[in-house]
Design a binder for this molecule. Structure first.
Ligand SMILES: [Zn+2]
Length: 222
């Protein structure tokens, strides 16, 4: 029954053509929409809500997650790997392909950090983010009820506690709980088994390709 509902929902999503200029531009560039192509993966684009570090919706009509075709293939592999070990769990996407014009809004919002510090959290728009190539994902793991697991910090927490590179020290210092640490490993194991790469400063961010490779293979999403 559950499968039928998911299939019907994904068909409805597919049947409903987008009129959003950002989404139309991405479809024209060959990017694929996640919900209609990976129905087990959940999507809640945080920049399309007020629940983000800017406290406002900066995505407007962009409410669907888009990725490049090979990234979608990897994402389906990651979801399958997650479910095999943890039946009922879902990947939950917070951000996917991000237009360059919105990259500038993110960059210009974090004025409390000098550019050298700022680019730990938001890629410098002049260099482009791997999100701008539809080749990076921000995501977490949700349980069978769709509830996100405790990862120790919220999405877009700017600080040491979010750094994968400092997790063991944070765990030893009692700042990161054992459960949150284990939950991060569940996410990382699923993503890395599908070929995604983690980064140093954000537990939620994964790259399908290096910046150089993404740049060589795909145009920037404007
Ligand atoms: Zn990211």
């Amino acid at each position: 029954m559950r499968t039928i509902v998911i299939l019907l929902l994904s068909f409805a999503a597919y049947a409903q053509k987008t009129t959003c200029s950002y989404e139309l531009a991405m479809e024209k560039q060959g990017l694929l929409e996640v919900t209609s192509n990976a129905p087990r993966v959940l999507v809640e684009l945080k920049y399309a809500t007020a629940d983000n570090f800017m406290g406002r919706d900066v995505y407007g009509c962009l409410t669907h997650a888009y990725v490049q075709k090979p990234v979608l293939h990897m994402l389906n592999k990651a979801q399958a790997s997650l479910e095999k070990k943890h039946p009922g769990y879902h990947l939950l996407i917070y951000d996917a392909a991000r237009p360059l014009s919105i990259q500038w809004i993110l960059w210009n919002t974090l004025t409390q950090y000098k550019p050298a510090e700022r680019q730990k959290y938001v890629a410098n728009p002049t260099q482009h983010s791997i999100h701008n190539y539809g080749s990076a994902l921000d995501l977490t793991v949700a349980d069978a009820n769709g509830k996100p697991l405790d990862m120790g910090t919220k999405y877009d927490f700017f600080g040491d506690l979010a750094y994968p590179s400092k997790e063991k020290a944070m765990l030893a210092a009692g700042k990161l709980s054992e459960q949150a640490y284990k939950n991060r490993l569940i996410l990382r194991e699923a993503m890395q088994s599908a070929g995604f790469m983690r980064i140093e400063f954000e537990w939620w961010h994964f790259n399908a390709f290096s910046r150089a490779e993404a740049k060589r293979r795909f145009p920037v999403v404007q």
